[in-house]
Design a protein around this ligand. Sequence first.
Ligand code: PLP
Length: 419
Amino acid sequence: MFDQHPGLMTQIRDRFAHVASCPVQGERIFFENAGGALTLKSAVETSNHYAAIPDNQGRDNPMSHELVRVIAKAKADMMTFLNAMEGQVFVGESGTELLFRMISNAIIESEEGGSVIGTTLEHPASRSAAQRWAKIARKPYISVPHNDETGAVEAADYAALVQPDTRVATILHTSPVTGMGVDVAAISQAIRAVSPDCIIIVDGIQHAAHGRLDIDSYGIDGYAISPYKVFSRHGYGVAWISDRLSAMPHDSLIDGPEGNWELGTRDTGAYATLSDVVGYFEWLGGQFTDSGDTRERLEAAGSAIHAHEQALTDAMLHGTGNLKGLADMPEVRIIGGIDNPRREGLVACTVEGRETAEIIEALSARGIRVHIRKADHYSGNILNPLGLPNCIRVSMCHYNSMEEVGQFLTAMREIVEAG
Ligand SMILES: Cc1ncc(COP(=O)(O)O)c(C=O)c1O
């Protein structure tokens, strides 16, 4: 996709730190984006800048006013990025912590009785929160089984089990194990058709880097993101909550400002990097549309990212040039089906008769970084039903190139044939 725009790939890659080499390992291809995406150089500079500022927010001095302005701008930028016309954005310790906070409050503060619903597709961050707090609130937990073949879950799966008194629902936007995205709007519609006031919380942590976020169309109450998985850095999480969820009782200081979900002093640098991230998406979108409207540019970026990532995963599966794809290697088993339209930049697979750890080591020795997912508390929900102790996860982002996919396929062929 980006190949049709001469020089664009170079410009994109120039904007990120450690694109082609790791400070410890040296040259490497980075296909571990689902574990943590590359960081924008602008986010690194911004973080450095604010790390040195001693001032706090809420004082009557020029620096303090500036910090407040930067935070307000970052929040506004995130609202545009998410396409959220109502509600608020705030930061917390991590995506996991924010999911726990949103879900626990929704369960504890929703009307007594009723149930909580979620799916086996979810990461344990939302699943553990929902199950723990459902038990505390004595609301039965309804578990929607995902589809092993597609590696996803559908609106009809939720529709079959949701109850008129289901108070809280959780949805995973994109699976970090299968790489498949779900139709959040269709699922939330199916839930609301049966339980109109259900509070719906979405784990968007794996989806955000792929763009095309549109909270207004989802009909939900909460959405969590981990900034280090969307081109910013580690150390915090971001949540969006609807006006309705904002107004529910939650941990906060007595007599503090109403609707404030933040606990303690905020890291202005963390917020400021969010503006860098949105600015980057806007810049990228500007390569594909002449519109001066930020949201239109963000949408153009999302479409371009999706098209490029699809070209990469198609090449990985079906080959590029004269290189065979993974789907053409009889020893390789692809999780979630081969031609699955739900796929978001990620291919998970196993190699028949070979230890996954050994394949990953052989890829690493060839300078290709991927990750092993094990049937543990993170991925057992997906791998155990498939009878797999582990798998190879190859996760890409739009800054990955077709050449990198080619190098990966050459390496895989060598490794598979050597076995
Ligand atoms: C879908 C999903 N949810 C939650 C998490 C946990 O995110 P964090 O460690 O940033 O809290 C991850 C991390 O991989 C994830 O992929």
